[in-house]
Design a protein around this ligand. Sequence first.
Ligand SMILES: NC(=O)c1ccc[n+]([C@@H]2O[C@H](COP(=O)([O-])OP(=O)(O)OC[C@H]3O[C@@H](n4cnc5c(N)ncnc54)[C@H](O)[C@@H]3O)[C@@H](O)[C@H]2O)c1
Ligand SMILES: [Fe+2]
Length: 448
Amino acid sequence: MIPPLIADMARTHGLPPLKRAVGWMTRLLPIPQPTTFTGAGASARLGQAIGDFHHQRVMVVTDAPVARLGLLEPLLDALDKAGVATTVFDRVTPDAPIALIDEGVAHYQREGCDALVAVGGGSVMDAAKVIGLCVTNGKPPRALVGYFRGLHAPPPLYAVPTTAGTGSEVTVAAVISDPDEGRKYVVADTRIVPRMAALDPLLMQGLPRHITAATGMDALTHAVEAYIGDWGTEHTNRLSLAAVRMIYQNLPRACDEGLDLHAREQMALASMYAGQAFTRANVGNVHALAHQLGGRYHTPHGLANAILLPPVLRWCAASVTDRLATLALRAGVATENEPVEQRAQAFVESVDALNQRVGIPRTLAELCEADIPDLARAACREADANYPVPRVMSQPDAEAILREVLPAAAQPPAAASARKRRARTTPSTQPSAKPARSRKPKPTAPPA
Ligand SMILES: NC(=O)c1ccc[n+]([C@@H]2O[C@H](COP(=O)([O-])OP(=O)(O)OC[C@H]3O[C@@H](n4cnc5c(N)ncnc54)[C@H](O)[C@@H]3O)[C@@H](O)[C@H]2O)c1
Ligand SMILES: [Fe+2]
C-alpha cells in the first residue's frame, strides 16, 4: 500500500513541471498545415488541384462502406478529368489494423503509385498516413510506432474526412491497432500531416446518427482536453473555444437533420479546429482511458471519449475551474453574472446533457469490473508518458472513473447502490468494493 502511495505522490508532484518543460519545447515545433478546400463540392475541387501536381498514379485509400456509398465519385471524376490514373484500396476497417496497412503497402507498390488520397473517417486517414511512412521508409508499421521513427517523409498525402470528429486531416498522429493483442498504437510525425484536405459536407450527409454523435463528441473531447491541459497556447485556446461553440450549436442538428449542409459543414470545421488545437496542445486523461477501451473491447473511439468525458471532468473540475467556466460561456450554458464555480459546474453538466441529447449512453456495456485494474494501470501509464494533464490520475482515481461508467448489471449490488448514491451527490474517486467478472481477459492496451 505504502510504495504505490509514494509512487503516486511522486507522479503527482514531479510530472506536471516536467511536462510543462516539454510543452515549452513542443511550442517551437513547426507543424505544417494543409491547404484546405471547404464547402459542398470541396472533394472535387481537391481532385482538380491534385491534377495539377502531375502524379503518375494516385492510390485512393478508403473503406468498403464509404466506397459503397459512392463518396469517392466526385474526387475520382475530377482526377480522371485531370488525366491522373487512380487505383482504389478499400479494405481499411475501424482502427486501421496493422495487417491491413501491410496490404495497403503491397497494393501501393504493386500499382506503382506516387501519391495517396485518403477518403474516409479517422481509421482511413490514419491507415493512409502509416501506409505512406512504411512505403518510403521500407519499414513495417510496428517499427514506426512512437515519435519520429521514420527517416523519410511519406509520399504526397491528401485527405478527405467523411466523419467530423478525429481532425486527422490536420494532425501529426495516426492511430493503428493490433486486434490480436487488443492494443492501439500511435505513430507521430509532423511529416504525416496531409498536404491538402477537403472538408466536403455533401459527403457527410449520410453519416448515421450514432456515428455523427460519437465522432462529434470526439471532436468536443479534443477541444476540451487541449484547452484544459497545460500545453495550450493563445492560438490553440482560440481554436478550442471556437470548436466548442460550434459543436454545441451544431451537433444536435447534425444528428437530427443529417442533410443539413450548414450543420455538417460547421461540424467539419469544428473537428478540424479541434484537431489543430490538440495536435499542438495534446489530449489528456479522457483519451488515455478511452484508448484502453478501444484496444480491449473495440469500443468506437468517439463513443469511449463521449462516455468518459463527463466523469473525468467532474473528477478534475476543482483543478481547472476557471477554464471550465470559460468553456461554459463559449458553450452558451452559463452567463458572466454567475460565480465561476457555478459556471464550471454548468459546463460539466452540459456535457452530460449534450451526450443525452445525441443518444450517447452513460455506461459502457462491454466494461467488466475484473478488467478495471488493468485498464486503469494502462491508462495511467499512457497519460504519464504522453499527456500534459491538469490533474495527474492515480490508479485509484482511474479505477473510480471507470467504475462510474460500469453498467449496473456488471457491478456487485453494494457497489451499484453506492454508485446511485454518488450520482445524486458528487462523484467519488474511491475504487468500489470487490471485483466481479471478466468477459475478455486480454492484455491491456498500451500507451499511445
Ligand atoms: N490521427 C488522429 O489524430 C486521430 C484523432 C482521433 C482519433 N483517431 C483514430 O481514428 C479512428 C476513428 O475514426 P472515426 O471516428 O472517424 O471512425 P472510423 O473512421 O472508424 O469510421 C467509423 C465508421 O463510419 C463509417 N463512415 C465513415 N464516413 C462515413 C460517411 N460519410 N457515411 C457513412 N458511413 C461513414 C466507416 O465506414 C466506419 O464504419 C480511431 O482509430 C481513433 O483512434 C485518430
Ligand atoms: Fe480522439
